[in-house]
Design a binder for this molecule. Sequence first.
Ligand code: GLN
Length: 276
Amino acid sequence: MGTIRKLLGAYSRPGEVEARHEAEILLGHALGRDRAWLFTHADDVPGADAVLRFRQLMQSRERGEPVAYLTGRRGFWTLDLAVTPDVLIPRPETELLVELALERIPVGSECEVADLGTGSGAIALAIASERPLARVLATDASAPALAVARENAERLDFNNVEFALGNWCAAMGARLFDVIVSNPPYIEADDIHLDQGDLRFEPQSALASGSDGLDAIRDIVGSASTHLGPGAWLLLEHGHDQGERVRAILESQGFSETRTWRDLAGKDRISGGQRA
Ligand code: GLN
């Protein structure tokens, strides 16, 4: 019989832990259950419809489609977020940007925060969840992306996040902010990685940014100062080899206290500076 154990057994080749894990997630998705449920129901025989859905999902995965787009879900920080191909799939290394922002946002008082190019809303919502008194503005130049972020905010019942459509600082209006964060596109336009793995399926406008990958960062840093109060922080995610150049861009625009932080993999990942 086609038990759950047997269905998954076909994807349990030695050394392919990741493939097995993905098969579990996708079978769970086809059945509307989580992975834990599968283990306690290993001898159940799923219906033909669910088995067909599972096989279709596995075929899509074999063609390279990211698991997060197939399930429409991705965990980030403490949040379970909806994701679609209109938004970048949130990455664990971006949680460092959230941590650095939280260090600069008081727990007990009001604070104005902006997340530029919010995509799924991951960064904005993670910050908003930890700092209920902060007012968080989440912007994106893509209306479909902003719709995903809004949906996440509504489903998770946030009331301290607002949304604005527009390009980087152009979407911010006249408010002054205490902290501006962004995970902008920063990959070089001709980088071969754009044609590999999950990146092939993600919005190119969220990944690539000019010949040196720094177009969006130059744009943001160039106009951020007028949206920051004195002593306010700008924090930007970037590629592992861009820290020095991002600090130089920040310094050329008058930012002080510039620094680069490494992610858990030990790679330069976030740089930031303070408005004088
Ligand atoms: N960190 C992503 C990657 O290299 C890129 C995300 C981005 O450009 N902001 O896969």
